[in-house]
Design a protein around this ligand. Structure first.
Ligand code: MG
Length: 365
């Protein structure tokens, strides 16, 4: 455990930390910022096929931010929902420690309701406390960037048990689950990743692919390499229900010769497979791996985001080209959340001021 001062003095320099903490912070920052960068790179080509991408942007396709004239990039719903997943789970941890009891699904559901509010979704909640915490006040996140309609509709009609009544396996589950693997141990990450996926998606593959990605991130954060982490995820999937498509997709991800063999990434298991494939083939090459995931016929921003999560975690923040970080419009927001995921202050009431400060950022509701 960290001391109260370590937990709450914000934005500590990596050089101030012991080596193992420094590596962990770098991996978490790489994971979140890498995902955001991949999302922003893919956003303008999400709805173009590979031939059209190469025709429009040259033989290598997209090699940097191409959406805005000033050379910056902007995240989409993938990163927005990743941030709200992080916020929800940090709040759940505060609540658990403060009250001794917590249903994390209900707290994360509230975080997704806050995201829905940023998207001007129809809004029937009678809760007056949704405007709390820092994240919803970030106006940069209140932009509609082609949000997934499955998520919007599910969150507008959320049942009491927080389990979507649709049969969707869209990739909107996988793309937002990295923080679950950052904050929880592998088996908990799988279980909660599945539950948080089920808030918006009803198909077993949509649910278990979200859980599998959270678990993969958790193993990678334990400094297991990609091969061992994937083997452990596959072993776990073999013991769980509803995992046949997710398991098959992961198994073919490493043997496929081309991305096209794995689909287009609109559905959860394909997005996971394409991202694992690109990361597997470029394990020490963040730039090449993410560009391979973006320049595809398919859901480029989601596969870019998921691949960016994986390769950013493995290689750390410095492996992400400096200009991509500097020109990411939401860099400050994503960076702040990454630091908070590292700190994950537990709201211990012995640390009075620190607890109050953290509660204001992450009220346990
Ligand atoms: Mg998107």
């Amino acid at each position: 455990m960290k001391s109260s001062s370590e937990n709450c003095d914000g934005n500590r320099k990596k050089s101030d930390l012991p080596p193992s903490d420094s590596r962990r912070l770098d991996a978490i920052r790489g994971c979140l910022i890498g995902g955001a960068v991949g999302d922003a790179l893919g956003a303008p080509v999400e709805f173009l096929n590979r031939d059209a991408i190469l025709r429009n942007y040259g033989g290598d396709g997209v090699t940097g931010y191409v959406e805005f004239g000033d050379g910056t990039g902007a995240v989409t719903d993938d990163t927005q929902m990743t941030l709200f997943t992080a916020e929800g789970l940090l709040r759940a941890i505060v609540r658990l420690n403060g009250r001794g009891i917590c249903d994390p699904v209900a707290v994360v559901k509230n975080a997704y309701q806050r995201w829905l509010k940023t998207q001007d979704g129809m809004f029937f909640s009678d809760q007056a406390d949704l405007d709390t915490g820092w994240l919803i006040r970030e106006k940069q996140l209140h932009r509609r960037r082609a949000p997934g309609m499955t998520c919007i509709h599910a969150l507008e009609n959320i049942p009491c048990d927080c389990r979507a009544r649709n049969n969707s396996k869209g990739c909107g589950t996988v793309m937002r689950m990295a923080p679950v693997g950052i904050l929880l141990h592998p088996e908990e990450a799988y279980e909660n990743g599945c539950k948080f996926s089920a808030i918006t998606h009803g198909h077993p593959t949509g649910i278990t692919a979200g859980g599998a990605f959270a678990m993969l991130i958790a193993y990678l954060l334990e400094e297991k390499d990609l091969e061992e982490s994937l083997a452990l995820v596959e072993k776990h999937l073999q013991t769980q229900d509803g995992t046949a498509e997710t398991l098959a997709a992961l198994q073919t991800a490493r043997t496929a010769r081309t991305v096209a063999e794995l689909g287009e990434g609109w559905v959860a298991e394909e997005a996971l497979a394409i991202s694992v494939h690109c990361a597997w083939n470029h394990q020490r090459e963040f730039e090449k791996g993410v560009l391979a995931a973006v320049n595809i016929t398919g859901d480029s921003d989601s596969t870019g985001a998921i691949t960016g999560n994986i390769l950013g975690l493995i290689n750390g923040e410095e492996a992400i080209p400096e200009s991509w970080r500097r020109n990411l419009q939401e860099y400050g927001i994503v960076s702040r959340m990454a630091d908070d995921l590292f700190q994950r202050f537990d709201g211990d009431p012995r640390y009075g001021d620190a607890t109050r400060e953290w509660w204001e950022k992450y009220p346990g509701i």
